[in-house]
Write a protein that binds this ligand. Structure first.
Ligand code: CDP
Ligand code: CDP
Length: 224
């Protein structure tokens, strides 16, 4: 790959964004940036410090005191909050519930987008989130909107929890995912939507390697 390339992957919860983005990054030697982990870390820090998640200014003030580092490892992204490993803590039901509210504030998003652009400027990068193709990197060479039915997405998350030996309730998961999707898609600032020029990939009946291949073919196309 000769030219600088950015890949933007957006879509709802459980569509497979982080799994396939990490695999595409590994195969094409791209820097992988999990932007959802950044919003999750702020939500976690807000809960830990009793900061009101409805108060955008207070959240921005908190964010200004936080360093959030994403360290890519074979098993996934390790997340460091002021150098403390919070990789597991940011994936709890409590964080799932509050993160869309935290992410709805303009002051928070402006700062996050700036940090994400700075990270992406370090090289060829693949970012996944909700507003990558629409706001963070609107000029990304490749934009993908990954989707799947809510039933399949909830089932995937359920299996993931069971595999980790964690308690899981499929109906609760389905409700949580549907609620989060609605909040993310209807917020005023940078709502989740398919970016202009994005290719929609429905992963409902695709395996992970099939989705990875589809994306790699889309990435190779514009630069071949
Ligand atoms: O992995 P999952 O799809 O469940 O979520 P995530 O990518 O970790 O993102 C968690 C939450 O952060 C989302 O539900 C959004 O509320 C927010 N988010 C966002 O607003 N913009 C982004 N670029 C990424 C995440
Ligand atoms: O990042 P996002 O919330 O979009 O989804 P993910 O965390 O990458 O994927 C959720 C779960 O679905 C993971 O356990 C993946 O292994 C699984 N998955 C799948 O079974 N089939 C796919 N085509 C994509 C993901």
């Amino acid at each position: 790959m000769i030219n600088k390339i950015n890949v933007a992957i957006d879509g709802p919860a459980g569509a497979g964004k982080s799994t396939v983005a990490k695999m595409v990054a590994d195969q094409l030697s791209l820097l992988y940036i999990d932007t959802g982990a950044m919003y999750r870390t702020l939500a976690y820090a807000a809960l830990e410090n009793n900061v009101n998640v409805n108060d955008g200014d207070a959240l921005k003030h908190l964010l200004d005191q936080l360093t959030i580092k994403l360290v890519n490892e074979n098993s996934g992204t390790k997340v460091l909050l002021n150098d403390r490993d919070v990789s597991n803590e940011i994936r709890t039901a409590e964080v799932n519930k509050h993160v869309p509210v935290v992410a709805s504030h303009e002051a928070v998003r402006l700062e996050m987008v700036e940090r994400q652009r700075m990270l992406a400027s370090e090289g060829n990068a693949i970012l996944d989130g909700r507003d990558i193709g629409t706001h963070v990197l609107p000029d990304a060479e490749v934009k993908i909107f990954l989707n799947a039915s809510v039933d399949v997405r909830a089932q995937r998350r359920h299996e993931e929890q069971v595999k980790k030996g964690l308690p899981s309730n499929l109906d609760e998961l389905k409700k949580e995912i549907a609620k989060r999707d609605k909040l993310d898609s209807t917020r005023e600032v940078a709502p989740l939507c398919k970016a202009v020029g994005a290719t929609e990939v429905d992963t409902t009946s695709f395996t992970i390697p099939e989705v990875v291949d589809t994306i790699i073919n889309l990435v190779k196309k514009p630069v071949s």
